[in-house]
Design a protein around this ligand. Structure first.
Ligand code: ADP
Ligand code: MG
Length: 661
């Protein structure tokens, strides 16, 4: 069955539908209603104030009137009866409405109440034809389709098409979702508002579960290992006992899993997630050590120069004692130094290569790269990260993040990654008090910061932008404080536009020198480690995701000292920032923000609209979780697995979980 076979769809409308990405009947079935209207709901007009959005069913009282006021201006006016109250609706320049309204007919009206006296007034509301059943679905439709056409098309399609999901009724019941066939029917012809909503969520869950399963199968079917490391467990264990601290159980588990992958016959792709301070670096180093024991190179890529240098220093401590050479490559290095580093990468004398995205440059030739490690991966664009992997065939990959990413989003960016979580924190007493500071208390706060400075403690003041008219920019905040509230304190400015040398100087003076207060942008977000920093002020927090804010405050109290994070009051009244004050679990905050703000933060941009929705509904954390469980269930069913594998091998488009016949 084709779109052309649907009654009412001519070439013109079909062209319009194509523009909205609708190509076949399935797309129409998957256009779920954006809302449902309950016809039994009583509306009490006396209690509704002007400006309120209303949706109600009403009967047309008297024939509509159309007037031509002057050339180019006409209106249609019509009276309705809703629970004994007269409602007058007016439309300007929409003469087609006139033909749609006939006395005695019942319609659903949706719009904003303009005025209410002895009667109610609404201008330009939407008119939706009423239909049988207590619950009426309301579609957000592309141009060219109207509500009536839509429900007729769906009704026709549902009788013509046999929808076949991959999930059997039995598995669906186990997973707590409505089987697809029923779900689609219920979504379009609902028996109740709650069941309709559950149906839509079920369909989304099933479709995502399918996608996930396909990716999982593709990965394990095609990606055979080509680089073999050999057995070096005893050396690895020795390195672990030689550490100045005991690994946490989570760290042990992570390294076990990673080495397990490295010893298997499949290529490794893992996402190592853990809060700020959970100790991801040492896990990465141990993996790199294992690769080096097998005679291979590892590349460790960090998003900023500051962080790359920090890793470099730590790597020298760790690997140096093992006789392994570590080099660091960044974009701002002098050409002479760069040539030396490039040579040692190419001839293989450097076992561990740390750097910024300069590592992906054309002039970088690895000798025998087998492991790539990308730190704080959400900071990199997909292309940048991909090009590091492409430096060699069949490298194993670890990406690390302090911003837990919902699985399906990770998948849509990176393909399927196995997630390993570090939930424990090695350091105890990791306590950072977080509070929202109202505007009239800001000066008291600066007084507090001065006192901290007197006893040698350091403060970050984080601003959302480098420079702008806005008084919250780093440059203007710095100027204001230097000659004002903090004029007696040594204060410095750090942002991304400074040269590498300037940055280094500012950072050094903040870490080891006199600088007590650092006004900066979110460049401090990733990885910076200043042990004496105990206070942080964040301006413009309403513009930042909770995960990002949580990472920022992870920069203070690094030794478990009592520390304060002050969130300057913003116009955000959603309670999101209050959540930050009471919750210190990065995983929980990520889920909360995902439900609240959608996927944008995790994708590093709010523009990737498509990845966060399925058939018009927002994919939230619960749907993701259920989809993942369902996928695991599907893959444990041999028959379903076989069917899926056949599809995966054929490399058919596998986003669809439905087949039509
Ligand atoms: P992140 O996960 O934020 O990248 P790091 O790897 O930088 O965290 O670790 C934070 C700090 O904790 C480092 O100084 C590191 O040396 C230390 N650390 C890591 N693991 C442990 C452990 N098991 N016990 C004590 N300290 C540890
Ligand atoms: Mg880190």
């Amino acid at each position: 069955m084709q779109l052309e076979d649907i009654k009412g769809l001519g070439a013109k409308r079909i062209a319009k539908l194509h523009e909205s990405g609708i190509y076949d009947p399935l797309d129409i079935l998957l256009m779920f209603p954006s809302a449902y209207f309950d016809r039994n709901k009583v509306i009490n007009w006396k209690e509704i104030s002007p400006g309120t959005e209303v949706i109600f069913e009403a009967e047309i009282n008297s024939p509509p009137v159309m007037r031509h006021v002057r050339k180019g201006l006409s209106y249609v006016k019509c009276e309705f009866n809703s629970f004994g109250t007269k409602v007058v609706c007016t439309w300007f320049n929409q003469s087609y409405i006139y033909r749609r309204l006939s006395v005695g007919e019942k319609v659903i009206i949706s719009g904003k109440l303009k005025k209410i006296t002895t009667f109610a007034e609404i201008s330009a509301p939407k008119i939706i034809p009423s239909r049988a059943g207590n619950i009426v679905p309301i579609y957000k439709l592309p141009e060219g389709l109207n509500q009536k056409l839509m429900s007729d098309a769906v009704a026709a399609l549902l009788t013509e098409i046999n929808i076949q999901g991959y999930v059997t009724d039995e598995i669906a019941n186990k997973a707590g979702i409505i089987p697809l066939r029923k779900a689609i029917y219920e979504a379009h012809f609902p028996t109740g508002i709650e069941t309709a909503k559950t149906a839509v969520r079920s369909a989304a869950t099933e479709s995502l579960a399918y996608t996930l399963s396909m990716y999982r199968l593709l990965k394990c079917n095609t990606e055979k290992r080509r680089k073999f490391y050999g057995e070096h467990i005893s050396q690895l264990n020795y390195a672990i006992t030689d550490l100045p601290f005991q690994l946490t159980d989570d760290q042990k588990n992570a390294i076990n899993k990673i080495v397990g992958h490295m010893c298997s016959d499949k290529r490794m792709n893992v996402l190592l997630q853990g809060d700020v301070g959970s100790g991801k670096t040492i896990v990465a180093f141990l993996a790199a050590y294992y690769a080096a024991l097998g005679g291979y190179q590892t590349a460790i890529m960090a998003p900023t120069e500051i962080l790359a240098k920090q890793h470099w220093k730590k790597a020298i401590d760790f690997f140096g004692s093992k006789g392994l050479k570590v080099v660091c490559l960044t974009g701002s290095m002098p050409a002479k130094d760069k040539a030396v580093v490039l040579e040692s990468i190419a001839n293989g004398s450097a076992s561990i290569v740390v750097g910024t995205h300069a590592l992906t440059g054309k002039n970088v030739c690895f000798n025998n790269l087998s492991l790539t490690i990308t730190d704080e991966q959400h900071r990199f664009g997909v292309c940048q990260r991909g090009s590091l992997e492409n430096k060699t065939d069949f490298a194993d990959n670890i990406v690390m993040s302090a911003t837990p990413i919902p699985r399906t989003l990770a998948l849509s960016i990176y393909g399927q990654l196995e997630t390993i979580n570090l939930r424990q924190k090695p350091q105890k007493n990791y306590s950072i008090m977080t509070a929202i500071v109202p505007n009239h208390k800001i000066n008291d706060m600066y007084g507090y910061i001065e006192k901290r400075a007197e006893v040698g403690e350091k403060t970050y003041i984080v601003c959302p932008r480098i420079e702008s008219e806005d008084e919250n920019s780093a440059v203007s905040t710095y100027k204001k404080l230097k000659s004002g509230a903090l004029k007696n304190t040594k204060i410095a400015l750090l942002h991304g536009k400074l040269s590498a040398a300037e940055k280094e100087m500012v950072m050094n003076d903040f870490a080891f020198g006199e600088t007590a207060v650092l006004v900066c942008t979110t460049v401090v977000e990733v990885g910076m480690d200043i042990p004496d920093a105990t206070t942080m002020v964040i301006f413009g927090a309403d513009k930042m995701g909770l995960s990002q804010l949580h990472q920022l405050r992870g920069r203070i109290g690094r030794r478990g000292q009592k520390s304060y994070c002050f969130i300057a009051e913003t116009s955000d009244t959603t309670g999101r920032l209050k959540k930050l004050c009471t919750c210190f679990d990065g995983f929980e905050l990520a889920e909360y923000d995902f439900n609240f703000r959608g996927a944008g933060d995790f994708l590093g941009t709010r523009q990737h609209g498509r990845a966060e929705t399925f058939a018009g509904i927002k994919i939230d954390a619960e749907i993701l979780r259920n989809a993942e469980k369902l996928s695991t269930q599907l893959l444990s069913d041999p028959e379903i697995s076989r069917a899926l594998i056949k599809k995966a091998d054929g490399k058919e488009e596998f986003i669809r979980s439905l087949s039509l016949n």
